[in-house]
Design a protein around this ligand. Structure first.
Ligand code: HEM
Length: 342
């Protein structure tokens, strides 16, 4: 397990350096978010795969934080950006376990050194929106045209990221998805992936390598890319949606097979892998106390519970320390590992 405090700090500092308008007491990425409440009910088959408490069928209360991916504190909901969905399951024994997911299927890098390198490439540089002619040239050269910089924003890391992708094949899947991802009409209308491989243990001690995704029951839908920019609509949309009816997500688990990338979050698994529905999430209302249930919460992808373990993915393992570091820097509540399973 990677537990290097100096690495954790370097990772957080590297992210912060990509967002010059970062505010000290906020998250360095996924800065703008909203906390919601609800519950999770495991499917009848989930308990066959793991002894983990939240997969045994009882109604499990949850706190979920949806977020925009950028580390800028300015809310630009209609901007093309990765979105996050961090779920905390409040278990019957009083402990918690987290599942952090985002709208990219694959991550950008395989190791922390590569990640530090990538953040250096993504340092914001002065940009001008590409004219239509340059966009045509890009397309004819099979390059993704650069997304227009947000209005009033003279700098962007997008060109540096594209340059990184051109030089590193492993990063292309993640970066090209991010470059063209768009903006959802609702946080409840996007698919979120936990990206890494986890290990499930069943009651006979059988270990399975798995990956998780949340599928929205309302379906996936983006806003029109040509619509005029709107800074804020996602929070209001969610409040309005949940006041009428719960938003639901299906937790889908894919089971890995021989030869699949178990420790590399840049590589997808073959489409024909066995998929299991592990349960349904019902989001019922926006949390009243957004300080406690959103701003000050500290999620961690390695906060697990008996019946589920981290794989040897070095990115997953490094996130444990990086999130702790970031949370102590921004004064988030509760030590992530007060109830961590070994
Ligand atoms: C080297 C890789 C990564 C590093 C260093 C990193 C770092 C961080 C940090 C420092 C935070 C803020 C934590 C806090 O203050 O509470 C954060 C938040 C977040 N990250 Fe990562 N991250 C990495 C990879 C990933 C991956 C692979 C995913 C995909 C599942 C992801 C999804 C998220 C989400 C959704 C949040 C917001 C969580 C919340 O709502 O509190 N990150 N990341």
């Amino acid at each position: 397990m990677v537990d290097d405090p100096s690495l954790a700090r370097r990772l957080v500092d590297a992210i912060i350096s990509d967002y010059p308008d970062h505010k000290a007491d906020t998250r360095p990425v996924h800065t703008i978010g909203i906390g919601v409440k609800g519950h999770f009910i495991a499917s009848p088959v989930a308990g066959n795969y793991t002894t983990a408490n939240h997969f045994q069928g009882a109604e499990i209360p949850v706190t979920v934080r949806f977020s925009n991916g950028t580390g800028s504190p300015v809310e630009r909901d209609s901007a093309s950006d990765v979105r996050g969905m961090a779920t905390r399951f409040h278990l019957p024994d009083g402990s918690d376990t987290d599942l952090i997911a985002m709208t990219l299927g694959e991550f950008f890098t395989r190791s922390t050194d590569e990640f530090l390198d990538l953040t250096r490439s993504a340092q914001p540089q002065p940009v001008q929106a590409e004219g239509w002619w340059q966009k045509m040239v890009d397309m004819l050269s099979f390059r993704l045209p650069l997304a227009d910089p947000p209005p009033g924003d003279g700098k962007s890391g997008a060109a540096g990221l594209m340059h990184y992708a051109q030089r590193h094949q492993f990063a292309q899947r993640g970066i090209l998805q991010a470059a063209s991802i768009g903006a959802p009409v609702s946080y409840a209308r996007a698919t979120y992936h936990a990206v890494h491989t986890f290990i499930l243990l069943d009651k006979n001690g059988v270990r399975r390598y798995v990956r998780f995704s949340w599928q929205p029951v309302a379906g996936v839908r983006n806003i029109d890319t040509h619509a005029p920019p709107v800074n804020q609509y996602l929070h209001e949309e969610l409040r309005d949606r949940l006041s009428k009816w719960p938003a639901r997500f299906i937790l889908r688990m894919t089971i890995g097979d021989i030869g699949d990338a178990l420790d590399d979050p840049t590589v997808p698994w073959p489409l024909q892998r066995v998929k299991v529905v592990m349960g349904t999430l019902y989001l019922t209302h926006v949390a009243q106390d957004q300080q406690a249930d959103c701003e000050k919460l500290g999620f961690n992808p390695c906060r697990l519970t008996p019946g589920i373990e981290v794989s040897s993915d070095p990115i997953l393992q490094a996130r444990r320390g990086a999130y702790q570091e970031s949370q102590s820097m921004r004064g988030a509540t509760a030590c992530p590992f007060h109830n961590e399973a070994s």
